[in-house]
Design a protein around this ligand. Structure first.
Ligand code: HEM
Ligand SMILES: CC(C)=CCC/C(C)=C/CC/C(C)=C/COP(=O)(O)OP(=O)(O)O
Length: 298
């Protein structure tokens, strides 16, 4: 092998490890955690704590995703979307994934314990167990409510961020958790609709597989309306101002309109669009919380 091809294949392998950590999901989850950190205090938070908490939460999330890929290697191999993962394709040995997760997770726990606080470490560890064990092993193969109940772990990032700065998780932080919790079903079921065949062939009881496409579209719409209402609560309880209220109202109207379009008539294209929009929606909603917070500080 020439040195260029050796370098290329090393890069290829590194990329395969990187993919196991589901980097884009982690980015948005960590973004929500960081917003939690900035909202946790009236002024600017201690930036070195923000940096350590961000790295610690990132590392534990990456470890959780790698473990999920390891546990699901056979299921992933049956689905088009996931079959290329190194764990599913058999190009990365399980022992290496365990080692990688142990190292990332261990480093994350240490950073959170030593430079953030034990509360954040334990909450992030509980989130790790909630996702990698309770969701992946217990709920996902058993019930179409898997992503609703398991969604609690995915919704935790703002509470983790808040705990990192305030060393406590007050009601305002739990409200942000509730928003992501209610956002998760439309986010996931939109994807599950255009990937129904994949999930059916892997034997996973996702809602469109067990209850059909129409029932799923209705539930996406109902959750989207509930989400719109829930996102107004930060203003109602006085944690955000009029700027947030205006932005959340507009974003909610846009998201519900898209969910309604999908409810009225189904196409894979519309479902794919709603899935993509769900990510843009959550990113902008959390950005709006921060923007509003800063306007209040000025
Ligand atoms: C139980 C809860 C959740 C489930 C079941 C779920 C499911 C999924 C799935 C299956 C994908 C893969 C799409 C693909 O491969 O094309 C995905 C993508 C994504 N999810 Fe979620 N998700 C959940 C929660 C979350 C949370 C809490 C966040 C962030 C706060 C998030 C952010 C994202 C992002 C950014 C992507 C896009 C990844 C990409 O484009 O590569 N998800 N989600
Ligand atoms: C410790 C810590 C902060 C953990 C992160 C928790 C978190 C953000 C979970 C999100 C849940 C998620 C992306 C599930 C993906 O579904 P899936 O696993 O069923 O997707 P797949 O079919 O692509 O494997």
């Amino acid at each position: 092998m020439t040195s260029t091809t050796a370098k290329d294949s090393n890069l290829g392998l590194l990329r395969q490890y990187w993919v196991l950590t589901k980097p884009r999901v982690t980015q948005l989850a960590v973004f929500c955690a960081v917003i939690g950190m900035f909202l946790a205090t009236p002024g600017l938070p201690d930036l070195s704590k923000v940096a350590c908490a961000t790295v610690g939460i990132w590392l534990l999330a990456a470890a959780a995703f790698a473990i999920n890929c390891l546990i699901e290697q056979q299921v992933d191999a049956k689905m088009l979307r996931t079959a290329r993962r190194g764990t599913a394709a058999g190009t990365i040995p399980p022992t290496q994934v365990l080692l990688l997760s142990g190292l990332l997770g261990g480093a994350g726990m240490l950073i959170l314990y030593r430079w953030v606080n034990p509360l954040t470490m334990w909450l992030t560890f509980a989130t790790f167990v909630g996702y990698a064990v309770i969701y992946t092993v217990i709920l996902k193969p058993r019930t179409p409510q898997n992503i609703v109940i398991g969604g609690l772990s995915g919704a935790m990032p703002p509470a983790l961020g808040w705990a990192a700065i305030a060393d406590a998780v007050p009601a305002q932080a739990w409200l942000l958790v509730l928003i992501i919790f209610i956002w998760t079903p439309p986010h996931f079921w939109a994807l599950a609709l255009y990937r129904t065949k994949d999930y059916a062939s892997a034997g996973l009881p996702m809602l469109p597989v067990t209850h059909g496409e129409k029932f799923t579209r209705l539930h996406i719409l109902l959750y989207s309306v509930a989400l719109w209402a829930t996102t107004l609560l930060p203003y109602v309880i006085g944690m955000s101002g009029l700027l947030y209220l205006a932005l959340a109202t507009l974003l909610g109207a846009w998201f519900v309109f898209n969910a309604y379009r999908l409810f009225r008539s189904y196409s894979d294209e519309l479902a794919r669009k709603l899935f993509r929009d769900s990510i843009i929606y959550l990113s902008l909603l959390f950005a709006a919380l921060l923007l509003d917070h800063w306007v209040v500080i000025q």
